[in-house]
Write a protein that binds this ligand. Structure first.
Ligand code: PEP
Ligand code: MG
Length: 748
């Protein structure tokens, strides 16, 4: 029986493929396909429903239902049995459709006389395209083999749809990947860009879903799997067996590459008439559908591994390597499921924007995108299945939105916005060498944040007075091993060379918990942002911090050095870290190395507790830099990476400003230099308020310096200070409305 069905399904697939060689196109071709399927499976009805938009399915062709219902009957995902198949990506097989939960009868189709129903999803690598249905009058359950055969046919239909074979006269189907699609993700890095898609991992195109000779296809699969196993083994021997995080991932790879279940399912698909690559894709689609329903993070990771392996296997089978011959567009916007920091750095500033399906605000890729000032949108779900190399794309990093193949009106609106921003940047360039002196005569020092040697040219370009925050973790994140001391010293020395005498505040490694280095052992923590990170790791396991301090001392030999410790929560931590630096200086002296001419040691104020530290702390630290991103998240208890809450709290809330006032006052008592280096320093209105409250140094992204300077120069900060004090004393909950109103009365 199984054999008979297998050969039947092979026969059907072959008939399907042959039908493609015939002259009909578009609707006629789709109609022909439903006729073939109904005839081969021996049932009265075969219908194809396809997605019209994300939410609506349309009857696009039928054999057996009323022809006038074609392109009229529509249903929403989840509605009726067809909608349920689409929603769950799982088949429904029933002998008595009207008695099924959620059954909805569509009178215009004349389907009331058909009792049995078998529907399977049409999907390609997790991309839902539609639903294929067969129905018959006879009350019977379709057999396992019939179900299987229909799934295989659905798979081939998906491939044909992908290849655009139903596009033509009458527009039975518009081609995939031609419509505008909007993705709502989250902000990874602000900024707007327009360009053309460049897929980090180009999609593999399967042009022959049907296999002629199962024996030959089995052989091809087996050869490809052997090659895959060899390459996984080779990767393992390079990284060291099961060694660390990477090793574990590769072990999981090996497990799948040797998995009998995976192989068996693909072999069965081939026996039913699929080509080797179509069989791999079918298995990959099933894994992706499972992925959507699996909540367990470990299992999800493993399913991702399986997905990656399927991709590798497809590349081997189709001979389509990463290098597909496509040329990177002149204005590339990188689209990827996820990307490592080193790979992103390789692309560098060529990229206009980056869009990821995964990622997080604190992910390594986001850190690099921020350093390169490239607009980044994360959580753009399914974009890698929708986008094709060369598609036009607009990235709105401010709103976390991506427009793929945008309508001209949308593209134009963004083009206008980008042009306005560029014009504003030109205007700001004229201010480059002017000080940020307000009308009242107060001057604010504007510094830039950086993390790469590649950032340093912006120092001159933006007119920044120095680097107020150099995030040193990037150098650690982009390597597969702990960087060597000499290597780091060379980099730090290069940074100081490029700064040409301007001050650079090097922040020691802010790493741990969620920012795990590839070579660091992962520690599972329930609340990583409040866990074992930054200076806590440096003090508990001082080896790396000591090495970094030595590298900083050597890099700055004969020049001034500024070091700041991140995430200090109490005086004792600062004292210990500072002592470590003093000890290292002593050691360098003993070894005969040239020391920096001066050493400034400061702390980042990122936890509310440090604002209440003893007086002795304020006396000991050479300077304090408020890390507003972390300070705000801990002050309001709102995770900066959680989209649901991260925009909820405003830095201009009176509660937050009162804390800032308190820090300014305490620093005033001890004459401790104070700066602010979180994102709010680069937002013009926030920057004005911080300056008005007495923070005289602000450090921000280089691109923000122009707008902030422009605004500061246009206002009277002492007048703003009086306004803020009045608002705070008067019980305002948020000063923003009053500040915005005041700004409107100024001549800006
Ligand atoms: C901050 O927390 O404000 C800060 C500048 O550090 P990071 O954003 O690197 O945590
Ligand atoms: Mg921080």
């Amino acid at each position: 029986m199984a054999d008979r069905t297998e050969s039947e399904s092979r026969k059907l697939l072959r008939r399907l493929r042959d039908s493609l060689a015939e002259a009909d196109a578009g609707q006629a071709r789709l109609d022909h396909v439903t006729h073939l399927i109904a005839d081969s499976i021996d049932c009265e009805v075969c219908s194809i429903y396809l997605f019209r938009d994300d939410d609506t399915l349309e009857l696009c062709a039928t054999e057996g239902l009323k022809p006038e219902a074609v392109h009229k009957t529509r249903m929403r995902v989840g509605e009726g049995l067809v909608g349920r198949v689409a929603k769950t990506s799982s088949p429904i097989n029933t002998a008595d459709a009207p008695s099924e939960r959620g059954f909805r009868y569509m009178p215009e189709t004349g389907e009331e006389i058909f009792s049995s129903f078998l529907g399977v999803p049409i999907q390609r690598r997790g991309e839902k395209l539609g639903v294929l249905v067969v129905q018959s009058k006879e009350k019977r359950l379709f057999s396992e083999d019939e179900l299987y055969a229909l799934e295989v046919v659905a798979m081939v239909l998906a491939e044909m749809t992908e290849l655009g074979v139903f596009v033509g006269e009458g527009e039975a189907l518009s081609a995939l990947h031609q419509h505008p699609v909007t993705f709502r993700g989250a902000t990874g890095q602000e900024g707007t860009a327009e360009g053309h898609v460049w897929l980090h991992e180009p999609r593999v195109v399967v042009t022959n879903p049907v296999g002629d000779d199962p024996a030959r296809e089995l052989e091809r699969l087996s050869e490809a799997v052997s090659e895959l196993r060899l390459s996984v083994d080779a990767m393992l021997s390079v990284t060291g067996q099961g060694d660390g995080e990477q090793g574990q991932v590769l072990e999981a790879y090996r497990m799948f590459a040797n998995s009998r279940g995976w192989m068996r399912r693909m072999e069965e698909d081939i026996a039913r008439g699929l080509s080797a690559e179509a069989a791999v894709e079918k298995e990959q689609s099933a894994a992706r559908a499972r992925l959507e329903t699996v909540p367990d993070p470990y299992l999800r990771e493993r399913l991702h591994d399986l997905d990656d392996l399927s991709n590798r296997l497809l590349r081997i089978l189709t001979g389509q390597g990463n290098d597909t011959g496509a040329e990177m567009p002149a204005d590339p916007v990188l689209v990827a499921r996820n990307i490592g920091p080193a790979e992103l750095l390789d692309y560098g500033r060529r990229l206009k924007g980056v869009v990821l399906e995964e990622g997080s605000v604190g992910s390594h890729a986001a850190v690099v995108a921020r350093a390169l000032a490239i607009p980044l949108v994360i959580h753009a779900e399914r974009i890698t299945t929708e986008a094709l190399n060369g598609d036009r794309i607009v990235v709105d990093g401010d709103q976390g939105v991506v427009h793929l193949r945008p309508e001209e009106t949308i593209a134009k609106a963004y083009r206008d916005k980008i042009a306005m921003q560029a014009a504003a940047q030109d205007r700001y360039a004229a201010l480059r060498d002017k000080p940020a002196t307000a009308r009242c005569g107060t001057t604010i020092a504007l510094h830039m944040n950086a993390g790469l040697l590649a950032d340093l040219p912006s120092l001159t370009g933006s007119g920044a007075e120095g680097v107020g925050l150099f995030r040193t973790e990037l150098q650690f994140l982009i390597r597969a091993h702990v960087p060597k001391r000499a290597e780091l010293a060379r980099i730090y020395s290069g940074v100081l060379d490029a700064a040409m005498g301007k001050r650079v505040a090097f922040r020691t490694l802010d790493i741990g918990s969620d920012k795990v280095l590839p070579y660091m052992k992962r520690v599972e923590e329930p609340n990583p942002a409040m866990g074992w990170r930054a200076i806590r790791v440096g003090l508990d396991k001082p080896g790396v911090l000591r090495m970094q301090l030595q590298a900083l001392l050597r890099g700055a030999a004969g020049r001034p050095l500024t070091v700041m410790f991140p995430f200090v929560a109490e005086f004792e931590e600062f004292r210990e870290a500072r002592q470590m630096l003093i000890d290292e200086m002593e050691r360098e002296r003993r070894l005969g190395h040239t020391l920096p001419t001066t050493v400034e040691v400061g702390a980042m104020l990122e936890t509310p507790s440090l604002a209440f530290a003893p007086q002795a702390f304020f006396e000991m630290t050479d300077f304090l830099s408020i890390g507003g991103n972390d300070l705000k998240q801990f002050f309001f208890a709102a995770d900066r990476e959680n989209e649901q809450v991260r925009r909820r709290y405003d830095a201009l809330r009176s509660s937050f400003l009162r804390m800032i006032q308190g820090i300014v006052a305490r620093c005033g008592e001890t004459e401790t230099a104070l700066s602010f280096c979180g994102e709010d320093a680069g937002r013009p209105v926030e920057a004005l308020c911080l300056a008005a409250l007495g923070i005289r140094t602000l450090s921000m992204r280089a691109a923000s310096i122009g707008p902030v300077k422009h605004l500061i120069r246009a206002v009277d900060l002492s007048a703003l200070r009086r306004l803020l004090e009045g608002e705070l004393a008067g019980g305002a909950d948020n000063v923003r409305p009053a500040v915005v109103e005041w700004l409107a009365t100024q001549d800006i």
